[in-house]
Design a protein around this ligand. Structure first.
Ligand code: GLN
Length: 232
């Protein structure tokens, strides 16, 4: 039975909010409501327990110190078990690194949440700039911008989110991000769902349990098209 209500959980935005990824929640709520699915956004501070009743969980990008604080709080919560139960997760950049087995912050190795079989190591440079992908999950090319020092190495069974057309992706890599079940990780800021409405609808379909009716948001489409043309 498809859901008629969605709870969108924005996790630790005070720590994982440096790069404006909070907007992903707003795009999801707007596009759900436009289809008659009532969606609410819950902000969860790193001092609070993570609710297990959310339908979509969002982790954003962060600088190293904030990323470590967030990881510590997540590792002491029921977050991993909740996601393993089938909730949808979108994890961006620092959030993406956190859900792997390990990453480095200020030169020290940190244990991640371990939802995905991957490790992030320091790269040879900082990976900054516009990025464009072809993702098998979407018909349109996906655009965003990236700004990270980590290089992520996926385990052999883990699928990437997309193939890099322009940019660095997982770090000097031909691929970006990772996907496993309802877990989507990527290096793309933007916010990525504002720049790529098709990706937002994919996550909504997973959370609701059916593909939603088409919704033509002319402004969003124009923006997505403009960014696809601009990122060569
Ligand atoms: N601190 C991480 C890195 O530099 C993630 C940065 C980000 O979220 N943009 O690799």
């Amino acid at each position: 039975m498809p859901k008629s209500e969605l709870s969108i959980v924005r996790v630790h935005n005070e720590l994982l909010g440096t790069y404006g990824d909070r907007g992903n929640a707003d795009v999801l709520a707007f596009r759900a409501n436009a289809r008659g699915v009532s969606a609410s956004i819950i902000d969860i501070s790193y001092r609070d327990p993570i609710p297990s009743t959310g339908d979509i969980y969002l982790l954003g990008g962060a600088e190293d110190a904030a990323q470590v604080l967030s990881t510590d709080a997540l590792n002491r919560s029921l977050f991993a078990a909740t996601i393993e139960n089938g909730a949808v997760l979108l994890a961006i950049c620092a959030g993406f690194q956190i859900i792997g087995k390990s990453y480095y912050a200020h030169g020290a190795k940190v244990d991640g949440v371990g939802l995905l079989d991957m490790d992030t190591v320091p790269g040879d440079r900082r990976y900054v700039g516009d990025i464009k992908l072809h993702s098998p999950w979407c018909e349109s090319e996906i655009t965003g911008f990236e700004n990270h020092g980590g290089r992520t190495i996926l385990g052999s069974e883990l699928s990437p989110f997309g193939e890099v057309i322009t940019g660095f992706g997982n770090g000097e890599s031909t691929i970006d991000g990772a996907v496993s079940g309802n877990i989507f990780g990527t290096y793309l800021h933007g916010p990525v769902l504002a720049r790529n409405p098709e990706f937002a609808d994919l996550l909504l379909a997973r959370a609701v349990g059916k593909v939603l009716d088409p919704y033509e948001d002319e402004l969003a489409e124009r923006y997505a098209t403009e960014r696809r043309a601009a990122v060569r």
